[in-house]
Design a protein around this ligand. Structure first.
Ligand code: GLV
Length: 333
């Protein structure tokens, strides 16, 4: 019997055709996030789900699909899925792991450079016809990136890819992580620091921690107060790792020099957010992995993960979120 799959958003090729060749696909063709009611209605009777980071997949959703065997997320984060609940039900959960690390590190570096050199404000200045005097000795002065200190919070795959780029800029690199990684320290030339020390010494603090109970609101009022007045905070991980209201206060009070954010506590960023009115912030709409090449590769990996499970083949362990599920429901091959 043909497997039935629900895909919550239109993903790039070759993902969709890989799925359509082998399965009956129900696809949300709209360019908006499906509502909870839509997800529950569409997942009914399905064998597998291909979802996005914006879809909350919990017990109630799983209840609606008693035959569900696989949840494949088109993302590297998986905090939107109740993994414990899925494991208990014998549902395999997969993600796209490090496929997007390099693209996200590229964007992180674009943000470091954008906030250090005021790129966005400078572009507006030219467009708004404010550039009247030609070259000027003190026009739009920014900060050096080369030779500055970069503090990486979370030295996972993305953090490490950022560190590799920072070496090319001759930056001094500090990192903080739940556990020290001495192999990476010598490979990347990075130094471990306690979070407080990292915050106090860095000119650029870049967040790469995944979201969990320990990292939620990790950068709060007290932590922001440790940062230099000339420092910038860059976040391409998850908005909830930084207390946004406290960040706004720190920016308004010129307690730090600025911030560059690709992620927010609430997405899309509410129109009432004070961040929208601030000159010392750069705001992006969660596009860390958004390159043609990376999104296409993510789609391929997400589709292959899902198909492997439906074909009773174990997915590549690098993409399996819950290896414990193997003992709950072993696959045939
Ligand atoms: C992006 O934020 C992702 O988790 O894929």
């Amino acid at each position: 019997m043909t497997n039935k799959v629900y895909v919550t958003r239109k993903i790039p090729e070759p993902g969709l055709s890989m799925l359509s060749k082998e399965c009956k696909v129900t696809l949300n063709r709209k360019s908006s996030v499906p509502s909870r009611t839509e997800i529950i209605r569409n997942i009914a009777g399905k064998d597998a789900l291909l979802c996005m980071l914006s879809d909350r997949i919990d017990a109630e959703v799983m209840d609606a699909a008693p035959d569900l065997k696989a949840i494949s997320s088109y993302s590297t984060g998986f905090e939107h899925i109740d993994v414990k609940e899925a494991t208990a039900r014998g549902i395999y959960v997969t993600y796209t792991a490090d496929i997007l690390a390099e693209a996200t590190a590229d964007l992180t570096f674009a943000l470091i450079l954008a906030c250090a050199r005021g790129i966005v404000n400078a572009d507006r200045y030219v467009r708004e016809n404010k550039w009247k005097v030609g070259w000027a000795p003190d026009l739009m002065l920014g900060y050096n990136v080369h030779g500055a200190t970069l503090g990486i919070v979370g030295l996972g795959r993305i953090g490490a890819a950022v560190a590799r780029r920072a070496r090319g800029f001759n930056m001094k690199i500090l990192y903080h992580n739940r556990s020290r990684n001495q192999q990476l320290e010598s490979e990347l030339g990075v130094r471990y620091a306690e979070l407080d020390e990292l915050l106090a010494q860095s000119d650029f603090v870049s967040i790469h921690a995944s979201l969990n109970s320990q990292s939620r609101s990790l950068i709060d009022k007290a932590k922001l107060q440790l940062m230099k007045k000339t420092a910038f905070l860059i976040n391409t991980a998850r908005g909830q790792v930084v207390n946004e209201a406290e960040l706004v206060r720190a920016l308004k009070g010129n307690q730090i020099a600025g911030a560059a954010l690709d992620v927010f506590e609430k997405e899309p960023l509410p129109r009432t957010s004070p961040l929208l009115k601030m000159k010392n912030v750069v705001l992006l709409p969660h596009i860390g992995s958004a390159t043609y090449q990376t999104r296409s590769k993510m789609a391929e990996v997400a589709a292959r993960n899902l198909l492997n499970i439906l074909n009773e083949k174990y997915p590549d362990p690098a993409f399996l979120v819950n290896p414990q599920v193997k003992s709950v429901r072993p696959l045939k091959n």
